[in-house]
Design a protein around this ligand. Structure first.
Ligand SMILES: C[S@@+](CC[C@H](N)C(=O)[O-])C[C@H]1O[C@@H](n2cnc3c(N)ncnc32)[C@H](O)[C@@H]1O
Length: 250
């Protein structure tokens, strides 16, 4: 799967305005609210390690699973304390260690398009957790995808070496609850004005609360709570990203 292979190099620049520290503090507060004294974290789809970097400073020990070798290398290069990288697919992994909490942030679970991959992933998370362990993740919210509709967007960013122009075009496949996002990214080298174009295709699944509730019940979890990511508001048709908190019950 070539997703994230090419643009892993530019990922941190593309998301330099994303407040990873505030998001990590928000997750830390959820962990304190829904579990007791948890320090061993499993992170699914850890990407370039930006949440792990902050969570490690708070005192967590994190094992990060990521299927893109290039993204995982970016994480490893950050020399994050108490961080163990694992190159694997989150719908196919097996680990010996048990964790207090599993997290998956920035819509990683939305990358799992099929019911089979979702069930496999949730079952593996269940097996990786201690009794009463919790699973926190955010996904695209179906009511809002159909109400607000994904917009075509452009993003421009630069650092001292490169300029990036990224265009995102989306197509909704309502019968599958999937939005196909097609990224075209132009990267311009400021030193010599040379340019490369990278194209990537990200099919994102969106979910409703009852759908996650059903998935939880099928895989040994109970849905404790769902809220808008970061604000904590009740999900509505205007809520793009919803955060779910599940508890392992068997
Ligand atoms: C939008 S990025 C989020 C990365 C990181 N969580 C963050 O917040 O910056 C999605 C990440 O999920 C990873 N990913 C998607 N599907 C995956 C799968 N089936 N197994 C492992 N990693 C996956 C991608 O490679 C990518 O690094």
């Amino acid at each position: 799967m070539s997703n994230f292979k090419a643009y892993s190099k530019y990922y941190d620049l593309l998301y330099k305005d994303k407040n990873y520290k505030a998001e990590s503090d928000y997750v830390h507060a959820l962990i304190n609210k829904y579990s007791i004294g948890s320090k061993l974290l499993l992170e699914l789809g850890c990407g370039s390690g930006n949440h792990a970097q902050h969570l490690s400073k708070i005192g967590y020990h994190i094992t990060g699973i990521e299927r893109s070798e290039e993204m995982l290398n970016e994480a490893v290069q950050k020399n994050i304390q108490n961080f163990t990288p694992v190159l694997a697919d989150i719908s196919e992994y097996k680990l010996q260690q048990k964790f207090d909490v599993a997290i998956s942030l920035f819509h990683v679970v939305s990358y799992l398009n099929s019911n089979k991959d979702l069930i496999n992933c949730f079952k593996s998370v269940n097996e990786s957790l201690v009794t009463d362990g919790i699973f926190i993740f955010d996904v695209w919210f179906a009511p809002s995808v159909y109400w607000l509709k994904p917009e075509n967007r452009t993003k421009e960013l630069e650092d001292e070496y490169i300029k990036i122009y990224r265009q995102a075009e989306s197509k909704v496949f309502a019968e599958k609850n999937i939005v196909d996002v097609h990224f075209t990214t132009r990267v311009i080298d400021k030193a010599n004005n040379s340019e490369i174009t990278i194209t990537e295709h990200h099919p994102m699944r969106c979910f409703s609360v009852p759908e996650i509730d059903l998935l939880a019940l099928q895989t040994g979890f109970k849905l404790l709570h769902a809220e808008e990511f970061m604000s904590g508001n009740t999900p509505s048709e205007n809520t793009w990203g919803v955060c779910f908190i599940l508890k392992k019950i068997n």
